[in-house]
Design a protein around this ligand. Structure first.
Ligand SMILES: Nc1nc2c(ncn2[C@@H]2O[C@H](COP(=O)(O)OP(=O)(O)OP(=O)(O)O)[C@@H](O)[C@H]2O)c(=O)[nH]1
Ligand SMILES: [Mg+2]
Length: 465
């Protein structure tokens, strides 16, 4: 994703500052060079890069490091602050009744984003609805309808109507009961006069409380003009950057945001409705720099736990795992909690110490393999009886054959699953001897010593080692 290698290259440079209490101009030059290289490679505008590096240089040399901080921490803090400043604030988005219009070029991800945002609002306890006004793209109605179904949110569209303004007007009436109405609009491959006319008309009809511009992270310097044009015609309150999961660099989008004095509202990082997150400048930059982002991770974990619990008919206490035998049922629950959290590599990226450094050392597809395997395991477990799940030791060769057949997986996958389970059960056993106090201490350690989740990155001391 954006500035992907900034973290690792910068870490190397900063590490050379370790142990020094004062920094000289040469050290700062070195750090600034790394930052420039990463930003330019990521397509961030040259003048922006220069302005940023000048202020980092100036501050690093002139500001006195607060007592007790090392040269490394001092520079890291300045880099962090300047980068946070570069990406700007998060677009204000009160959790209240509102209408939001999405604009953007063809294929930028508007329709996907509409459904994702609706899903996001529904998780915040509001009732969202998506209104599809795109009469230009064939299949736009079905696409939006399907995505909204997956997001389990209300949807309005009219495949037989070809006047988008009329659809918008009728859509507002039809979705009167919704709290948040998200209006999806048509895209064109370039900003032509008729697209501008159309979106201006829709905006006049809908009178959105906010208009968000959807930008593909792959867009380069062209983003700047595009953002300006949309700003001039309908007014842009915030930007959504999509496809950050790809190889895209995102720097063009960042430049557009900066140049138009706009802010970022959401980040999109995948094709499913859950692949959205609210933009948080601190967390975003800490993640880039490999500092991890505890706050987001905590949110995801909490959400996943809620969802897993909602799916369970009986109450399940994770601590039960530490008491009796670790069964396949426990493993199944654990895996379902994991898959609710989103792609494994994204979750890993948010864990301090794991994101950045460690991830760099894994082959690119290491996580995908694990995820595919997890999916296969889930299918296999679905083909097992309760008795087998509770008592995996009882599973013999003939049962393996039956389960493999029933799940459409090979027998070796079933065996692998049983092996994996055995390994996990052994690990769990090691925890079993721990008293409550030990467990608590371990959790606190994992949360950065802050105790209690939700504390953001405050406790972990992002500038420490
Ligand atoms: N990998 C990835 N793909 C995305 C993301 N957002 C959207 N896409 C994909 O990008 C393609 C275009 O997305 P749409 O939502 O249809 O884009 P749009 O702006 O509505 O396109 P038009 O209506 O034709 O203007 C689809 O194949 C989406 O699945 C994302 O965050 N990550
Ligand atoms: Mg669309």
């Amino acid at each position: 994703m954006v500035l992907d290698d900034l973290g690792s290259s910068l870490r190397g440079t900063l590490d050379s500052l370790r142990g020094k209490s004062r920094i000289d101009e040469e050290d700062v030059e070195e750090v600034v060079k790394e930052i420039q290289r990463s930003l330019l490679q990521a397509d961030v505008d040259v003048s922006l890069v220069m302005a940023l590096s000048d202020s980092i240089k100036e501050r690093a040399l002139e500001e006195e490091p607060p007592g007790g901080t090392t040269a490394r921490d001092h520079v890291l803090r300045i880099v962090y602050e300047e980068l946070v400043d570069l990406v700007g604030e998060s677009t204000e988005l009160p959790l209240e009744e509102q209408t939001i219009m999405l604009a953007g070029l063809q294929g930028s991800g508007k329709t996907t984003t509409a459904a994702k945002m609706a899903w996001w609002f529904s998780k915040k306890g509001l009732r969202p609805a998506v209104i599809q006004t795109d009469t230009f793209r064939p299949g736009a109605y079905e696409q939006a309808e399907q995505m909204c179904e997956r997001a389990e949110v209300d949807f309005y569209g009219d495949p037989d109507e070809d006047d988008p303004v009329k659809i918008a007007r009728e859509g507002l009436e039809a979705t009167e009961d919704a709290d948040v109405r998200i209006v999806d609009t048509a895209g064109r491959h370039a900003l032509e006069a008729d697209l501008i006319d159309e979106i201006e008309e829709i905006e006049a009809t809908v009178q959105p409380d906010r208009s968000l511009l959807v930008l593909d992270a792959a867009i380069g310097q062209g983003a700047k003009d595009q953002a300006q044009q949309f700003e001039d015609s309908v007014g842009i309150d915030g930007v959504v950057i999509t496809k950050l999961d790809g190889t895209a660099k995102g720097g063009g989008a960042l430049t557009a945001v900066n140049e138009t004095d706009s802010t970022i509202a959401f980040l999109g990082s995948g094709e499913t409705v859950q692949d959205i997150e609210r933009f948080e400048p601190d967390g975003f930059i800490s993640r880039l720099l490999g500092m991890g982002d505890l706050k987001q991770l905590t949110e995801r974990v909490e959400r996943a736990m809620e969802e897993t619990q909602a799916e369970e008919e009986e109450d399940w206490d994770p601590e039960d795992m530490l008491k009796g035998e670790f069964t396949l049922k426990d493993m199944q629950r654990q895996m379902s909690a994991m898959s609710n959290m989103g792609p494994l590599d994204q979750v890993m990226d948010m864990i301090p110490g794991v994101g950045g450094g460690l991830m760099d050392q894994l082959p690119d597809d290491a996580m995908d393999v694990t995820q595919d395997r997890m999916r296969n395991f889930e299918v296999v477990m679905d083909s097992m009886t309760d008795e087998e799940l509770e008592n995996p030791r009882s599973i013999g060769a003939s049962q393996i054959r039956r389960i493999a057949k029933g799940s459409g997986q090979g027998e070796e996958t079933v065996r692998e699953l049983l092996e994996q389970h055995k390994m996990m059960a052994r690990t769990m056993k090691q925890f079993q001897g721990m008293g409550d106090g030990d467990m608590q201490r371990m959790m606190q350690k994992m949360q950065g010593g802050g105790g209690g989740g939700g504390g953001g990155m405050g406790g972990m001391g992002p500038f420490g080692d």
